[in-house]
Design a protein around this ligand. Structure first.
Ligand code: GLY
Length: 339
């Protein structure tokens, strides 16, 4: 079951995705030149370009990933990250984010409401507190103390989608809605209960100095239980950076990533000699081995090592990732998958 069939299928399906400047994927992944930045999903392309504005001037990977992650956080067409994210089942937009630098410093926020840029609050947690993770009301209090404005993040469009969902209030995770729901209005979202449910931008950068950093930010699973937190703010699950080895991030149903400490696993597999793509593939295989029913949901991993080699793997077709270096700032590749 877990053989090259999925890779070949993904590569063929992905050829339609490749625009000008696109690279091709193979079992060993893709190599970028330093500095470079990669991120999850189609909306990673403009995020990478914002990060590139930092990296191309010799800037630090940490500054690049924060700048990049703020792009989908402020994109009103993106219903899976930041402002305009789909709310929980009670109508609250609650955001999760984490950030990690080349020294192993990290910060995160979870179930943060009313703050449009959780990635910047996560960075403030990292730099201005002795802690790693702040949640809920405490995270909001901290953000306001740091000068972040308190705002309403539920847009009329997201409210309309939530109200449509509430008509029959099913709770069914749906794979790949990052692409399927991007830019759609509530009238285009399909049957109540069947519309978008996820997800996340995970972003990894390697700067001109050879240092790595990563960021991960999401509004989490649409219509989630109030208080639900996914993998994105959990260091080692949604994001991990080890400046000796590489960095990894994840997208998809965070519960499965947390159970397998996914991003830490990918980095440790790279430490043992696997390529980024082999490491991502093994991490997805672990999820499926422990829980075969996970074939019906989506999880994708994205990784980079110190040499600029990039890889990805997902459970299902449909995962995409964006690459950016001096050669091209608009590459988008299909994530190879088992199904
Ligand atoms: N991967 C994002 C989440 O599960 O919330």
């Amino acid at each position: 079951m877990l053989n090259r069939r999925g890779l070949i299928g993904a590569s063929m399906a992905g050829s339609a995705l490749l625009g000008a400047g696109a690279a091709s994927a193979d079992e060993t992944g893709t190599r970028l030149s330093k500095p470079c930045v990669i991120s999850t999903w189609d909306f990673g392309v403009p995020a990478n370009q914002a990060a590139w504005a930092v990296l191309s001037k010799g800037g630090r990977a940490l500054d690049a990933v924060e700048a990049g992650a703020r792009i989908p956080e402020q994109d009103l067409k993106n219903h899976s990250v930041g402002r305009a994210g789909y709310p929980d089942r009670d109508g609250h937009v609650s955001l999760d984010a984490s950030i990690m630098d080349e020294r192993g410093n990290c910060g995160a926020v979870a179930a943060l409401e009313h703050i449009a840029h959780p990635i910047s609050v996560a960075r403030a947690v990292m730099e201005k507190t002795p802690h790693v993770l702040l949640v809920g009301a405490g995270a909001l209090q901290f953000a306001q103390e740091q000068g972040f404005p308190r705002e309403e993040l539920l847009t009329p469009e997201s409210r309309a989608a939530w109200e449509a969902w509430r008509k029959d209030a099913k709770y069914q995770p749906k794979a790949n809605s990052e692409v399927g729901d991007y830019g759609k209005t509530s009238g285009q979202l399909g049957a109540p209960g069947g519309k978008g449910n996820h997800d996340t931008i995970g972003m990894l950068a390697l700067d001109a100095q050879g240092d790595l950093a990563g960021a991960c930010t999401t509004s989490g699973m649409a219509w989630k239980l109030r208080g639900r937190v996914g993998d994105s703010p959990i260091i080692g699950a949604g994001l991990y950076v080890d400046n000796e080895v590489g960095a990894a991030t994840s997208t998809g149903v965070g519960e499965e990533v947390i159970r397998n400490v996914g991003s830490f696993l990918v980095v440790e597999l790279m430490r043992q000699g696997r390529s980024p793509q082999e490491a991502c593939k093994e991490a997805v295989a672990r999820i499926l081995k422990k829980k075969p029913a996970a074939k019906d949901i989506q999880v994708g991993f994205l990784a980079i090592n110190k040499q600029g080699e990039v890889g990805a793997w997902a459970i299902q077709k449909g995962f995409t990732y964006a690459l950016c270096d001096a050669a091209s700032q608009d590459r988008l590749l299909p994530g190879p998958s088992f199904y």
